[in-house]
Design a protein around this ligand. Structure first.
Ligand code: KG4
Ligand code: ZN
Length: 334
């Protein structure tokens, strides 16, 4: 069966639209990032984010319609992120998707943002099941055992902060701006000195804990009156080194407990070059999405939507009871 799916992503601070075909090829994709808008606050301001989604979503939709009219006219269904995320941001995407589905009389497919991140690894390569899916983003840190895109279990998660959240907090106290990941990664790559031995909590356990490490870094910074540029770089590089060691140990522990043939690392933090290098030490092959599909994007939403569509799952006809009731939710519950 051939199909063309439009994906909409607006759960946090990226507005994104993509069109994916039934061979899972991304035939059109544009993401508009709001980092400029939130940079001065050191993190995402929900109210500002939803307002920007309203203007950006319709700007991108207009571009798709005008520049790729043949794709726009051929769309069979709209897949949209409905959870988890910032509620105001999600609502903009869900309302736009419902309106499009109703006005064009096409189906609607609700997508879970974290499952879409997992699917990102399959956009460019075929993964055989079961595999371990490691989701490391700004809001979530978890390891899943993936039997199928419709059947997987969470085997480990963070008991407190997400890895991306810790990156952003550390970058904020070091005055490196938002988002923190890319700048800390660059510093870590260029650093050749010794590392500060920051604590690595919950060693030998599958679950993660980031708040102790985050607090240790913040205390270290605040306890020194002024940190020179070199010392700031040492703190940033030591933080990333601790995170990379933690990630490798946790995932290796998970592989020992749940033998699998491959691991997929996804989510915003999977763009980290140090993490990509470190994970090559795992005892099984590891895959990462292209950089474009690591941070929030609609290609992964349209991709998973296509998988559901082709498997006859989650398809909501416009005007049906499920369609009318469909709403956004901030909950990460699967
Ligand atoms: O998946 P994502 O775009 O949004 C959520 O669903 O949360 O992830 C955003 C997070 C931010 O915390 C950002 O600092 C982090 O991903 N990030 C990185 C890198 N690029 C983005 N973290 C580490 N290294 C990077 N290169
Ligand atoms: Zn995300």
């Amino acid at each position: 069966m051939s199909a063309l799916l439009l994906g909409i992503e607006s759960s946090c601070d990226e507005t994104s639209l993509a069109v994916v075909n039934s061979r899972y090829e991304v035939v059109w994709h544009e993401t508009s990032s709001q980092t400029d808008l939130h940079a001065e606050y050191g993190g995402v301001v929900p109210e500002l984010a939803s307002r920007r989604h309203i203007t950006e979503l319709f700007r991108l939709l207009k571009r798709l319609k005008e520049k790729q009219g043949h794709l726009y006219k051929g769309i069979d269904a709209v897949a949209v992120t409905v959870q988890p995320g910032l509620i105001g941001s999600l609502l903009v995407g869900v309302e736009a998707a419902k309106s499009l589905a109703l006005s064009h009389n096409i189906s609607l497919i609700p997508v879970h943002h974290l499952k879409a991140h997992l699917f990102a690894a399959s956009l460019e390569q075929k993964l055989s099941f079961p595999f371990l899916g490691v989701i490391v983003s700004g809001g979530h840190t978890l390891i899943c055992l993936v039997h199928s895109y419709d059947d997987f279990s969470v085997i480990a998660q963070s008991r407190d902060d997400a890895v991306g959240e810790a990156y952003d907090k550390v970058a904020r106290v070091l005055e490196y701006g938002y988002p923190g990941g890319p700048v800390i990664d660059r510093i870590h790559q260029q650093y050749s000195g010794n590392y500060i031995p920051f604590p690595q909590p919950m060693k030998k356990k599958l679950d993660f804990s980031l708040s102790g490490l985050k607090t240790a870094v913040v205390r270290y910074v605040l306890s020194s009156n002024t940190l020179g540029e070199d010392e700031k770089k040492r703190v940033a590089a030591s933080f990333q080194e601790t995170v990379l060691n933690m990630m490798l140990e946790k995932v290796q522990l998970a592989i020992r407990k749940y033998p699998v043939e491959s691991v997929a690392v996804v989510g915003g933090v999977s763009a980290n070059r140090g993490l990509r290098r470190k994970m090559q030490q795992l005892s099984v092959p590891v895959v990462f999405p292209s950089f474009e599909y690591c941070t929030d994007n609609a290609a992964m939403v349209a991709g998973l939507g296509t998988w559901y569509f082709l498997h006859g799952l989650k398809i909501m006809k416009p005007g049906s009871a499920g369609f009318l009731k469909l709403n956004a939710s901030p909950s990460p519950e699967f």
